[in-house]
Design a protein around this ligand. Sequence first.
Ligand code: XIL
Length: 311
Amino acid sequence: AGLNAVGKAAGKLYFGTATNANEFQDDAVYGAIINNTRQFGQITPANAMKWEYTEPNPGNFTFEDGDVIRDLARNNGQLLRGHNCVWYQQLPDWITNGTFTYHEMIDIVENHCGTLVGHYKGEVYAWDVINESLNDDGTFRENVFYNATGSDYIPAALRAARAADPHAKLYINDYGIEGTGNKSTALQNLVRELKSEGVPIDGVGIQCHLTVGQLPTGLLENFHDFGQLGVEFAVTELDMAIQGNVTADALEQQKQDYATVVSACLSVPACVGVTVWDFTDKYGWITNGHADIWDDNLQKKPAFDGVVLGF
Ligand code: XIL
């Protein structure tokens, strides 16, 4: 079975994965899997489009690394997810160590988002314009952007992205919004507020970096709540870390938990697709968690069947 083929047959737009260029350039077995569009219909750069790489110095943009991921998706006819425009991590030093007035920071955000999104105009299905802007309690995260502008950097980024590529879907992406709770409610309120103010917002990314046997409470109910917002949403960074030994039971529970998340997306029409945050334990960013659906030797795990089961 192919995961993208099964997901599309079930009515979703895609099943996708995050990746880094060295993985498919240096590893032929990995490369054959990611180039198989029956498995993956969508690609997200795990790192290559982040601010530290795309604007390492003020106004000095470098897209070589991002273009490699774009070319993979383009050559295969896979949808491309832009990741990301504004995040408080993986920033260049000039942002992290700088002090900026309100207007300086708004200009910086608009220029970064506009230039980045503009470079990939017409080639990106959806952009994670805003990444991880909220604290766990639902208040705004006091990052370098917030400290200069309050939450005004959020509409500024979204408007700049819209102007740069009118056809890309503009998302706010976050973790800790998988189940019901304060953070989910806050993000839903933020989307409603942005919409009421005429700020362009098309979707919510629910990351889903989860732990086996510990799915958040109210996950299905919460997915339905996000489906009521009048924007689409997607599972954008799914993985499922095993705590402790990788036993047959743990692998079976991991399979069930992948199935639960995928079927929650399936059950809500507004959920357009599911992306795993890389597909193999060989390269997953969660070291030791064996969180992915292919193992260290690029063999399918029970979790692979869990995705199929979920669709
Ligand atoms: C991760 C990458 O996978 C790692 O290679 C990097 O060292 C740190 O960032 N949420 C996100 C992603 O939105 O950008 C992060 O990606 C994982 C958590």
